[in-house]
Design a protein around this ligand. Structure first.
Ligand SMILES: CC(C)(COP(=O)(O)OP(=O)(O)OC[C@H]1O[C@@H](n2cnc3c(N)ncnc32)[C@H](O)[C@@H]1OP(=O)(O)O)[C@@H](O)C(=O)NCCC(=O)NCCS
Length: 172
């Protein structure tokens, strides 16, 4: 995984504009390269990390951003994999790395994620990593012409305990 650079933005705009890539659980949108650039300057401090395979091909991304509240700033994550690369464990590995990175580098007590009630693959990713389902956010996303409910998941620092991947060496 690596931080997204300016030269990646045309590809990101293409992914964001593709119903196949964004799937049936994300808001359908059409994004220009200029808009993709603006997204990285968002006040939520959005950071995108590309997931690359060893051969250099780009297969998806994981992002983190802040959800602002007068009394707190909560870290939230999101992720997308290219359809041809799903079901191979890549997202679980990438989100594990992101959780390690965030708890090692930020003072946050919790990391949260939201997922459509029907998005079983996304729920499995979160549960395998140790996220707990907190409840249902009613009519939370407007996707494909309808308001959909979402589950709110979170993992607390004390539930994470130790890095799973990021600081491990080959001898571990
Ligand atoms: C959600 C998503 C990121 C998961 O990525 P992935 O790399 O396929 O996930 P993994 O392979 O690491 O693990 C997914 C788990 O869900 C399972 N799974 C995958 N697709 C599934 C499906 N359609 N229905 C049920 N389970 C599914 C896998 O078998 C695996 O479980 P297992 O380890 O028990 O076998 C990917 O499907 C995706 O990009 N979807 C579209 C965008 C999206 O929904 N993003 C999340 C928004 S919250």
């Amino acid at each position: 995984m690596r931080v997204m650079e300016k030269e990646d933005l045309p590809l990101i705009a293409e992914w964001f504009s593709s119903p196949e890539v964004f799937g049936e659980y994300n808001t359908l949108r059409q994004m220009s390269k200029t808009e993709a650039e603006k997204m990285l300057e968002s006040p939520l401090e959005l950071k995108q990390f590309l997931i690359e395979k060893k051969d250099g091909s780009k297969i998806g991304f994981v992002s983190h951003f802040y959800v602002l509240h007068p009394a707190a700033r909560h870290l939230e994550i999101g992720y997308i994999l290219l359809p041809s690369e799903r079901g191979k464990g890549y997202c679980t590995e990438a989100v594990n790395i992101m959780v390690d990175y965030l708890f090692l580098s930020k003072e946050s007590r919790r990391i949260q994620a939201q997922t459509d009630l029907r998005n079983i693959a996304s729920q499995k990713v979160l549960e395998k990593i140790g996220f707990k389902k907190e409840g249902t956010l009613r009519k939370n996303f407007f996707v494909r012409g309808e308001w959909r409910d979402a589950y709110l998941y979170s993992i607390l620092r004390e539930e994470w305990k130790d890095p799973k991947i990021l600081t491990k060496t080959t001898s571990d």
